[in-house]
Design a protein around this ligand. Structure first.
Ligand SMILES: Nc1ncnc2c1ncn2[C@@H]1O[C@H](COP(=O)(O)OP(=O)(O)O)[C@@H](O)[C@H]1O
Ligand SMILES: [Mg+2]
Length: 507
């Protein structure tokens, strides 16, 4: 027997390089695979091609964080996920849409779109909470979104004025569910204005409230958005027509506060499956501030059967405690090392994933899951491609005399044939989606030029997409005055070429 086995000195690095010794870094199948009746299918894992079914019963909570650069596939994922969540869990979906990019899709999917601006919420409406709690929520939102916290005397004067406004309307500060009509910001402004002559701080506070009133129109003075109606079915609250990022955030925060109070007052029961998903896409400040209700909603977790889906192109817009408390994180392509570092400090993942995340394609994501039970296995894996079911969508190229209409799939095919990479197509489609599937023709052309395509080639593409000669002439002569001469030359050369081609082909 002696001599058949011989010991060999091998460096540990060499052993590690022999991957057949090591289980591939993916969670065990019992964590990834579930019955389609109780879970949402996402896509296959990259290494072992195991289908990943998102099952909230196997995770610490039903919250999801999604990050990735523009065009990496965040909204596509949200659409596929929420479509299936409606089917599998019969869940209600509320989308707080900062950029108006879900509007068209929600309409196509048979949901309801509510435009914030035309409709609104009275900021001082206590909803299910007491006036005092509502007052504190309003002040905390203003502190988060404006510099009110740096002016303590203005802050306390505003607080006092809100309290006074409630009392003037006959509401008790500590009672919930009162039927009396709540005051509005205009009444708070009038109270502060009265004191403005005596105090500089009151005058400043009045100015602050007034500018909020002026910039928001009636959207924060009258409650026309009923909380019950937005928590049932598929609903998109389109915030994009509010004039500033702060006002959009104020609206988003207010809606989340109403939902949180409603959940608590009615003791939402999870019954093992999520009842409501709220999507907050490109949420800027409201997810990054420690005081934000987003954080308390995530912490309260699953007991209410309430799942929060937070998406952002910049991970630093999402507070670290959200990442470390969310049951699932999807990391689509991120280009900045600093952003990846920020994530890595909350969700530990290996150099292998750091390496892989550099070359993620559209729809590909590194996924981190926090299992409900302590199962000793990796918690990270890569999804090869989020498997979506895009609805039949129509894209429009308009403006400059052009009005082209085509199915999205047709456009994608033509763009691929034209020579655009997958990433370039995704970028361009993202532009369409942000404009409710409409892109103006000059922007379409400029985007293609940025990818290095000549005008002559773009003209051919537009023809291929159905543009007529007269449309092209009108477009290039009106929209691109500076390059007019050059373009008409290109157009006429193209025409000449076509003519000679036709002549050549004649028998
Ligand atoms: N998993 C996917 N499969 C197929 N196409 C995708 C996928 N993810 C994204 N896309 C395409 O890329 C485009 C941009 O994706 P989108 O979700 O809008 O990006 P983001 O929200 O990250 O900016 C979409 O129009 C969609 O057609
Ligand atoms: Mg998006």
């Amino acid at each position: 027997m002696c001599g058949l086995l011989s010991a060999q000195k091998v460096l540990s690095g060499e052993v590690a390089a022999r991957t057949f010794f090591v289980r591939p870094p993916e969670p065990v199948p019992q964590l990834l695979v579930s019955s389609p009746a109780e879970s949402i299918y996402i896509g296959k894992t990259k290494l072992l091609k195991v289908p990943f079914f998102w099952n909230p019963a196997k995770l610490i909570n039903p919250h999801l964080c999604i990050v990735g650069i523009t065009g990496s596939g965040k909204s596509y994922f949200v659409k596929a996920f929420t479509t299936r969540a409606r089917l599998v869990f019969n869940a209600n979906i509320l989308i707080l849409d900062w950029a108006g990019e879900y509007v068209e899709w929600v309409r196509l999917a048979g949901g309801k779109v509510i435009s914030f601006g035309e409709n609104g919420i009275n900021l001082l409406d206590p909803g299910q909470a007491t006036p005092e709690i509502r007052m504190r929520q309003v002040i905390s939102a203003l502190e988060m979104l404006t510099d009110l916290a740096s002016f303590p005397s203005q802050r306390s004067l505003t607080e006092e004025a809100i309290e006074k406004a409630y009392l003037q309307r006959g509401l008790s500060l500590n009672k919930a569910g009162q039927q009396k009509k709540p005051p509005t910001l205009a009444e708070v402004h009038a109270i502060l204005k009265k004191d403005a002559k005596r105090s500089q701080a009151a005058s400043e506070a009045a100015r602050r409230v007034n500018s909020l009133l002026l910039s928001s129109g009636k959207s924060f003075s009258h409650s026309t958005i009923g909380i019950d109606s937005i928590l049932s079915g598929l609903v998109c609250i389109d915030l994009h027509s509010l004039p500033t990022e702060s006002l959009r955030s104020l609206a988003g925060l207010t809606i989340l506060q109403f939902i949180k109070d409603r959940m608590r007052s009615e003791q939402f029961q999870a019954e093992g499956r999520p009842r409501l998903f709220v999507v907050v896409d490109e949420a800027w400040k409201i997810a990054s501030d420690e005081r934000s209700d987003v954080i308390s909603i995530v912490r309260e977790g699953r007991k209410y059967g309430f799942g929060l889906i937070i998406a952002s192109q910049n991970p630093t817009d999402i507070h670290k405690s959200i990442f470390s408390n969310a049951g699932t994180t999807f990391i689509f392509r991120l280009t900045l090392a600093s952003e990846r570092e920020y994530l890595r400090s909350s969700l530990s993942y290996s150099d292998y994933y750091e390496e892989a995340s550099h070359s993620m394609g559209v729809g590909q994501a590194l996924v981190h899951i926090e299992p409900a039970a302590a199962i000793p296995c990796p918690r990270n894996f890569i999804i090869d491609k989020v498997d979506g079911e895009p609805l039949l969508e129509v894209c429009y190229i308009c403006g400059g005399g052009m009005n082209l209409e085509m199915e999205k799939e047709f456009l994608v095919r033509k763009l691929h044939n034209f020579g655009l990479t997958e990433r370039q197509v995704a970028h361009l489609l993202g532009r369409f989606e942000r404009g409710s599937f409409t892109l103006d023709a000059p922007t379409f052309i400029l985007e293609l030029e940025k990818f290095g395509h000549s005008r002559a080639a773009i003209i051919m593409l537009l023809r291929d997409l159905g543009a007529h000669e007269k449309d092209l002439l009108r477009l290039f002569s009106s929209a691109f005055q500076k390059g007019k001469a050059k373009i008409s030359v290109e157009l006429s050369t193209e025409k000449e070429k076509e003519k000679s081609r036709r002549q050549k082909n004649k028998p």
